[in-house]
Design a protein around this ligand. Sequence first.
Ligand SMILES: NC(=O)c1ccc[n+]([C@@H]2O[C@H](COP(=O)([O-])OP(=O)(O)OC[C@H]3O[C@@H](n4cnc5c(N)ncnc54)[C@H](O)[C@@H]3O)[C@@H](O)[C@H]2O)c1
Length: 420
Amino acid sequence: MSFAHFVLYLQQNCNIHCMEKQPIIITSDLAADLSAAIRQLSPDRLFVLCDQTTARLCWPLLSPALHLPEAPSSVSQPPSPSPASQSPSPSFAPQSPSPSPSMTPVDGGPSAVAPTSPASLVPSLITIPPTDEAKTLTSLASVWESLSQGGATRHSLLINLGGGMVTDLGGFAASTFKRGIAFINIPTTLLAMVDASVGGKTGINFCGLKNEIGVFRNASAVLLDTHFLATLDRENLLSGYAEMLKHGLISTPQELHALLRFDIEQPDLAELQQMVARSVAVKENIVFQDPQEHGLRKALNLGHTVGHAFESLAMANHRPVLHGYAVAWGLVCELYLSVKRLDFPRETFYQLLDFVRDHYGRFPLDCREYDRIYELMTHDKKNTAGIVNFTLLGTVGDIRINQTATKEEIFDMLDFYREN
Ligand SMILES: NC(=O)c1ccc[n+]([C@@H]2O[C@H](COP(=O)([O-])OP(=O)(O)OC[C@H]3O[C@@H](n4cnc5c(N)ncnc54)[C@H](O)[C@@H]3O)[C@@H](O)[C@H]2O)c1
């Protein structure tokens, strides 16, 4: 079956948004949709990458789709928690005799292709330590090692079950193992659902630099299911919601106002699923037009020029903040610039400002740190020749990329942020 037929099949059989070569499935039946996706890819072996937290909390939601027992320990034993900065040691369960009567392990040589139903594949669970500190070369190497020891071939499939750390690292591991094997992303944080798991950016941190090594490569499918969010903590939920606010700002006033009205503190997960579907479509439409970020994709940087500087400053001050919080504060600052320079509607600006203050609080800012923030902005890898580059808005949905601002304008923006 050709890829086009595969996509057509998914469109007809699942609730699917199809973008370029990355089918995004807004699933109402995870087991059925995952089984269909695996069947169509016909892998010879199946691997599932989790971090230790998602192995414990999210695997039980996925295991019925793979006809497996609910306890992850029956598939593999994650290593005892260790500080993420220490050398991570992933656990790996080599394909073993069937852990449930309904399963038969694939019994073929390394090059064997066994196009079978998911029930005939015994997935091997690979776990790595959680959080961004584990997005390292060491973790990556151990995932490669696990794939290799597990007999993965070019026809094997890796399922990444986790937040953006897992989908970034797992996507990169799959893209490079044997010059590239297929992978499916099943994001379990809101940030990964609306941002990290889609758009084709994969990679790891290296030499203290975020996402320094990586490739652009799409997942064979992305399955979105907000049921996973039932266990996610408030801060990580809000962190992902900031990217949804950004998508609302670059799409339509209706979408933005729906986001500002929604109760993200006590979310209705069914309603959130629909909002996630619309949010992810905003990103994919942009990525489809500019996959390698030559122009339009810079729209997705709204809030990020200031946000990254706040994030870096917080890190340097040993008070790290979640990425989405920095983006939310960055959105306020960059919309202030949009009001000043491009006449962005003030009423909408103040609605966003109130929402961010109410839910995200404030970034603690001291005017003695302005020079440092300015310096961080000029050194952002997305900027050239010391010029600070912003994405601003004329109004909601009116995207203006490659906007610059003087040092005075930036300091005025920071004054406003500090005083309001
Ligand atoms: N590729 C891209 O385009 C892109 C875009 C944005 C961010 N990113 C990357 O994404 C990463 C951040 O992603 P993130 O915010 O999802 O962080 P994360 O993957 O580190 O997850 C945050 C925490 O939530 C836990 N968790 C995950 N799912 C859970 C669930 N359902 N219930 C309870 N806990 C759960 C994780 O174990 C972790 O401790 C960063 O590495 C960032 O660089 C990539």
